[in-house]
Design a protein. Structure first.
Length: 639
């Protein structure tokens, strides 16, 4: 079970408990959760109404509120703390409260258990009134005693808890009927019996506690919250809590006990569940901490103002400060001003757009200047009044150095390969044209093959160089407003080599109703490169004599350029990967059409950098229709 599932089950357990439960943050002292039972106790209509109700307004006696606050502020537990509380309608009730520290949905909190003891308080008040009445009215002692006893029994009969009395021999003389439902047996079975006789039916593991209670009874001492397990006749175990008060006459002679018993089985189960959940959370946290420590990143939680709320990493991973020095402080106190300003702007952007923000910065540390990548993402709503972000810091120094080395390699390859290949291609072209004499037979065939392969090498070098430009974001160099319509005709005009090599024809199939001027913001050279790549693919995979159609359609928002052929089509298995680097429809050693597998990937990058999209339609042997859309800058009115 993961932590999220466990917290959900804990919330469900609390919400369905017959004991009133409130969960209060140890940091802010605000209520985080109240269960349905507590809502009913305070007379609220729902949990939200009770959560919004002021805590001070629910206390009747201010001194009890102040005492409770002092105890909780000093991390002292409430143990059977009794206080008079006020419902939302102004009526009052008595609560007995206990507290326990828990982890609730990732926050250190305090669970406060509420038991309604109003009936007990009323009963005690009745007993107290009766006792005073007996002292004042000696003449009517017997009559007053009978009346008070009857009132006590009446309250006992309607209470969900059970009340009892013992005589001076410690034998039960009265037990309320509520005992029968709790214990599963008749009251008559214990009347006249002593606690010592009843001990035989209790749990052996609690023998020491029972021995202490029996000694207290022999000494005629009051006792509180004696908790024990009781096995009913049907085999079910209930957990009981008992309180008893020794009774003495006017001469100080012991006459017996009066007390009350409470079935706390559900409260006990809830407390045990909390203990189990805390142990599970500790194990999960230890596991998650191990996972976090194995990551190459440093994780921070910051608030919207840039204060460090949490540092999730091994101490040795921090480059510029100790963990204890960072918590609660602003990044402006820890980092150089320019870095802090940059990161704080990233936090604001992530929170504003509610999405991941990525930025890079450089920091001087003990090992020298290092480059870092910051990935900042908003955290879901927390119990804090301020929004928070998760800031993942990764050292990318080696990556930047690798990128630099790759760029240097690409530049070297461009110089060392492209220059001689261009010279070789030119020389072979001259030989083909007959400048060095007329070629015949085998010589001409060898020169033609050498020229074709040299041309492929030049294309490969150009493609690899373009991939480097794409990855560095330098693909487009001369963006300007341009008319896209004439580009189609120009592309067809310069495609003679495809026509000659593959025996296909290109035509402009644009509808006559399309206007003659459609302006876009583009790099003409790169857009021509996209067209050449798509036209080359169409030619390679079309039968000889086939006609390939280029066309333009447009609306108010975008222009679409399509290249449609009747070739072999794109295999279904390549539908999702055709624009991936080095993907080829036919990658076998015997394929008819050459190529590097980079053309479509480069074309997609160019189109996306123009703010457009590229896609295709293909239906088996019926050919393919590759098309790309570009946003329109201005669409003039037609006459």
């Amino acid at each position: 079970m993961n932590n999220v599932e466990h917290q959900y089950e804990l919330r469900e357990l609390f919400d369905n408990s017959p004991i009133g439960i409130a969960v209060v943050s140890r940091q802010s002292n605000k209520r985080l959760f109240v269960n349905k039972r507590l809502v009913a106790m305070f007379g609220a209509t729902n949990q939200r109404e009770l959560l919004s109700h002021g805590i001070e307004e629910s206390w009747v006696v201010a001194e009890e509120l102040f005492k409770t606050r002092d105890m909780l502020a000093n991390d002292q537990h409430l143990v059977n703390f009794k206080a008079e509380r006020r419902r939302l309608d102004g009526s009052q009730w008595w609560a007995q409260m206990n507290t326990q520290f828990i982890n609730f949905e990732g926050e250190s909190a305090r669970a406060i258990w509420h038991v309604d003891i109003s009936n007990l308080q009323k009963a005690e008040e009745v007993i107290k009134t009766a006792h005073i009445d007996l002292e004042k009215r000696v003449v009517e002692r017997t009559e007053g005693l009978l009346k008070s006893e009857q009132r006590f029994r009446d309250f006992a009969e309607v209470s969900s808890d059970w009340f009892w009395e013992m005589d001076l021999d410690l034998r039960y003389t009265f037990v309320s009927v509520a005992y029968e439902e709790i214990a599963g047996k008749k009251v008559e079975t214990i009347l006249g019996r002593t606690r010592r006789e009843m001990y035989k039916g209790m749990v052996e593991e609690e023998a020491y506690a029972w021995a202490e209670l029996l000694d207290s009874l022999d000494r005629h001492e009051d006792f509180e919250d004696f908790t024990y397990s009781y096995i009913r006749p049907d085999g079910k175990t209930r957990v009981m809590s008992n309180n008893g008060r020794a009774i003495f006459d006017d001469h100080g002679v012991f006459t017996g006990y009066r007390g009350m018993g409470v079935d706390i089985t559900e409260l006990y189960k809830a407390q045990q569940a909390v203990k189990t959940s805390e142990e599970l959370y500790r194990r999960l946290f230890k596991r998650d901490q191990t996972i976090v420590n194995s990551l190459p990143d440093i994780l921070f939680v910051l608030d919207e103002h840039g204060h460090y709320v949490e540092v999730i990493t091994d101490e040795n991973d921090l480059f510029y400060a100790e963990k204890s020095m960072m918590l609660g402080k602003s990044m402006f106190e820890i980092l150089p001003e320019d870095v802090a300003i940059n990161l704080h702007a990233g936090i604001r952007e992530a929170l504003k757009n509610d999405e991941l923000t990525i930025l890079e910065y450089q920091l001087d540390v003990a090992a020298g200047a290092r480059n870092f990548e910051a990935r900042i993402t908003p955290l879901p709503d927390t119990d804090s009044d301020e929004r928070q972000v998760l800031y993942i810091c990764r050292d990318i120094t080696e990556r930047i150095e690798a990128d630099k080395a790759k760029s240097e390699f690409t530049a070297t390859m461009n110089h060392e390969l492209r220059t001689p290949l261009t010279s070789i291609k030119g020389a072979l072209g001259l030989v083909q044209s007959g400048v060095a004499g007329t070629l015949t037979g085998t010589s001409k065939s060898m020169i033609d093959i050498a020229y074709v392969n040299c041309n492929r090498m030049v294309t490969l070098v150009d493609d690899i160089f373009d991939i480097g430009k794409i990855e560095s974001g330098k693909m487009l160099s001369s963006m300007e407003a341009m008319n896209i319509v004439p580009v189609i005709a120009e592309a067809i005009e310069v495609a003679e080599n495809f026509t000659d090599q593959y025996g296909v024809n290109f035509i402009d199939a644009t509808d006559v109703g399309v206007q003659k001027e459609i302006l876009i913001n583009g790099d003409k050279k790169r857009l021509m490169q996209v067209l050449r790549s798509l036209m080359s693919n169409a030619a390679k995979f079309s039968p000889k004599g086939e006609t390939i159609k280029l066309s333009i359609t447009c609306d108010d928002q975008s222009v679409c350029i399509a290249i449609k052929d009747k070739g072999v089509g794109v295999p279904a298995k390549l539908r999702d990967s055709i624009f991936t680097k080095f993907t080829q429809a036919d990658s076998s050693d015997t394929r008819r059409a050459g190529g590097t597998g980079l053309g479509l990937s480069i074309s997609q990058a160019i189109v996306k950098q123009h703010g457009g999209e590229i896609d295709f339609e293909s239906s088996g042997d019926a050919g393919s229709n590759f098309f790309f859309t570009l946003p329109v800058v201005h669409l003039p009115q037609t006459s």
